[in-house]
Design a protein around this ligand. Sequence first.
Ligand code: B12
Length: 279
Amino acid sequence: MPEATHVGLREAAERLSVHYMTIYRYARTGRLPAERVGSTWRVAIADLERYRVPEERGSSTRNSQPLRPMRLLGRMTAGDEPGSWSIVEEALTSGATANQVYVDLLVPCLRTIGAEWAQGHLSVAAEHRASAVATRIVGRIGPMFARRGLSRGTIVLGAPEGDLHALPSAIVADVLRGRGFEVLDLGANTPVRSFVESAQGANRLVAVMVGASSNESVARITEIAVDLRVAAIGAPVLFGGGAIANQSVALDLGADGWSGADASSVIDAAEGITSRSTR
Ligand code: B12
């Protein structure tokens, strides 16, 4: 008879000499690689042997847990919202800030999902399951970025028409709110007119940031800068997002500048504008 390659959670718990509920929690949160078949979990014996539970080794202390995007990626692509949230919650209770959860956990996870999809290792279905879970995570983390006190002015942001990526704007909006900016996030697939209307109605407009994630949507982006200029909004228009590679691409497409490649460059761009205007 061929040797068994997998065991159930009870046997896994016995082999590691831990309580069943401990192993169940690790399987559910992705800390221990495990596969769910119907209502039961299967663990590869090879993974189990390699696996050593940090708490049992006494190495887990507050703030010492590195953030592990790959664990989150597994739960997100499985469409497991509670399991994904418990990984985020664990990071927060280990001392990570909401900003770190985005920058070091969720964004790397989303970028890996995109790369894996592009290489044919992940299905479109898995990408959609992960996106739905990510949307819920952002919904729960977002309020943690709220800041009291005087606003540093308003930033209007969104994705151009035809671009269905709402998550990048939502994440960038939170990060900017965390730095004291008021943000009007217009989300995905935003008509040009909506950028203009929101910019005109904004309280102390600092900038309009247009984030293009897919190459196809770049074709529509120039029109946004043109219409905002015609409307004389009195603030710069910055282009950014994964499909705008650098400053010269942004300028060629008609923007006043590029908001950079990551969250910290978006903050630098926004703070650069406010510091120039208060000088
Ligand atoms: C989730 C996702 C989707 C979801 C979107 C769900 C949602 N509610 O948002 C769905 C499934 C709908 C989707 C659809 C598609 N997607 Co998609 N998607 C992604 C994925 C995996 C994550 C996007 C994300 O949230 N990233 C996290 C954010 C925070 O990262 P970021 O975009 O890099 O943002 C940073 C910087 O750009 C920078 N920044 C600087 N200035 C500014 C300014 C603003 C305003 C913003 C927002 C950001 C920003 O700061 C940000 C923070 O770090 C990416 C992979 C990736 N690399 O991002 C692919 C990706 C963007 N998708 C891609 C593609 C090709 C598609 C599809 C054509 C096909 C598909 N995959 O099904 C369609 C296109 C639909 C359309 N018409 O737009 C490609 C785009 C390649 C390209 N350059 O054209 C990517 C890069 C995947 C890949 N590696 O090929 N997608």
